[in-house]
Ligand binder design. Structure first.
Ligand code: HEM
Length: 502
């Protein structure tokens, strides 16, 4: 009797999952899903990109995939990406619920906020305050250059040595955001700052690594003491600290005279108070953490990839240095305007961003209404995964899709050109709102450091490994950065091993 009941129960569950994992009519094709796991077992969770690319070769540029019982549409290649994110931008501008990242932020702030008034107003507010930043006496450029001086002095102290650049660039990127948000930078040795930077790097790994995927697809496991609990605790610790900083600001601020984004936000709460505002302190905490998380790993990992390729392609490094020396001459510091006179260096930075492929699967989207893509029907609420990586490496779009080669961004006259397929910041209404800041940071940091230092691959560094480590933000494998002040003698050991990017 018990055996028959058990059998009946299992059959019922299987039937339930089979019905749940049936594709709607005229939905994009894809592999057959298994009960409970969907197609998850067909992916290498440590790095699903190449599996997704293979599935795209088999099922087409728009195909579907089941994350557990949840259908998702994966978009590869420039043409369908533009149709979804630009032509039908609003249809595809939602954010999915029920993911680890949505639970962490409770759908507040900007990044994981669903399409609607709160997201729109916070996005507009962020863009406006960052544009005006020049808040107070210092311009954004001065703030970035200020941070670079700290990086420079650390590199100077390491003249002739090899260092692990990971913490250094994470610290610098995080501190630039801290200055904008909180009005002050942290000392790199500050214990809270160190804990925060480490937490962000680890959370990034958890949220888009295997544990994040397990959380997203198997809700039954969410309350178990698995690594995603650490991500939740860490997030809440940084949030509490941020709220503490907000409290201090409230005591010292002068309304209408903002020193940083917290002051701007507090002004905004007061301004909007009368008419049922979307701005409150809980929203503010998520909003601040969004900028902190979004602005740290991304910039830092792109810098680490840039230096990996610069060290191992010394001819590219030298050509940038020659151009930088010629353009800057006796000038004390680089400015962002100088980029217009540095086509080769600009091309190198863009190429580094292309191969860094920092957010390979972007941030997941969701359809906010029934819509169509490339002739397929996509119902409202479908999880959408923009495979940006497929566009950044698309063979029909790039002269050298699989090499590191700044010529991808140069025309026959040696002028800088930006191909349409350059979309590391995504496209459409949800595209990265920190693009302006990130581009300024990358340019000023790379130009300033290349002007002052020569970077070399350590003699005992072995063969460079360009295979990235997958995560919400993709990063290069750990490596050591050889540093020498330019024009001075020091140990050296350049290698020029060029390899395919993937
Ligand atoms: C190299 C550096 C960076 C890269 C490659 C990058 C890339 C991206 C990508 C691909 C998205 C997802 C867009 C989409 O959903 O379609 C995104 C979103 C976002 N980024 Fe960035 N980002 C970078 C730096 C920054 C910085 C410095 C900040 C902040 C100060 C920032 C803030 C944001 C925010 C708030 C969003 C969410 C936008 C929204 O949902 O409306 N990012 N970024």
């Amino acid at each position: 009797m018990l055996g028959s009941l058990l059998l009946l129960w299992i059959s019922f569950c299987l039937l339930f999952f089979l019905i749940k994992t049936r594709r709607p009519k005229n939905f994009p094709p894809g592999p057959r899903p298994f009960p409970i796991f969907g197609n998850l077992l067909q992916l290498n969770l440590e790095n699903p990109i190449s599996d997704l690319n293979k599935l795209s070769e088999r099922y087409g540029k728009v195909f579907s995939f089941f994350f557990g019982g949840r259908p998702a549409v994966i978009i590869s290649g420039l043409q369908p990406m533009k149709e979804a994110l630009v032509t039908k931008s609003v249809d595809f501008a939602g954010r999915p619920n029920g993911l680890l990242l949505t639970h962490l932020t409770q759908g507040k702030g900007v990044i994981m906020a669903d399409y609607g008034a709160s997201w729109r107003e916070h996005r507009r507010f962020a863009l406006m305050t960052m544009k005006n930043f020049g808040l107070g006496k210092q311009s954004m450029e001065e703030r970035i250059l200020g941070e670079i001086s700290h990086v420079s002095s650390i590199l100077e102290r390491n003249h002739g040595k090899c260092i692990d650049p990971q913490t250094l660039f994470h610290n610098a990127a995080c501190d630039i955001i801290c200055v904008i948000l909180f009005g002050h930078r942290y000392d790199y040795e500050d214990s809270f700052f160190q804990a925060m930077v480490t937490m962000m790097a680890e959370n990034s790994k958890i949220a888009n690594g295997p544990w994040g995927m397990i959380y997203d697809t198997l809700p039954l496991l969410r309350s178990l003491p698995l690594p995603f609990q650490k991500a939740i605790n860490d997030y809440n610790t940084v949030k509490l600290h941020t709220l503490g900083i907000v409290e201090q600001h409230k005591k010292t601020r002068v309304p209408g005279e903002p020193r940083d984004i917290i002051d701007c936000y507090l002004d905004e709460i007061e301004k909007r108070n009368q008419n049922g505002s979307l701005f409150d302190e809980d929203q503010m905490a998520s909003f601040l953490l969004d900028l902190l998380f979004a602005g740290t790993d991304t910039t830092s990992n792109t810098l680490r990839t840039s230096f990996l390729y610069l060290m191992t392609h010394p001819e590219v490094q030298e050509r940038c240095q020659k151009e930088i020396d010629e353009v800057l001459g006796e000038k004390l510091e680089a400015s962002f305007e100088d980029r217009h006179r540095m086509p080769y260096t600009q091309a190198m930075i863009h190429e580094a961003q292309r191969v860094a492929n920092t957010l390979p699967l972007s941030v997941f989207h969701c359809t906010i209404k029934d819509t169509e893509l490339m002739g397929y029907k996509i119902p409202k609420g479908t999880l959408i995964i923009p495979n940006l990586s497929s566009v950044l490496n698309e063979e029909s779009q790039w002269k050298f899709p699989h090499d590191f080669n700044p010529s991808n961004f140069l025309n026959d006259e040696g002028e800088f050109v930006k191909p349409e397929a350059f979309i590391p910041f995504s496209v459409g209404p949800r595209m990265c709102l920190g693009e302006g800041l990130a581009r300024m940071e990358l340019f000023l940091i790379l130009v300033t450091l290349l002007r002052r230092f020569h970077f070399f691959w350590p003699e005992d560094g072995g063969v460079p490994d360009y295979t990235p480590v997958f995560g919400v933000t993709q990063a290069p494998k750990p490596y050591r950065l050889g540093v020498r002040l330019r024009g001075r003698q020091g140990c050296d050991g350049t290698v020029g091993t060029k390899q395919r990017v993937n």
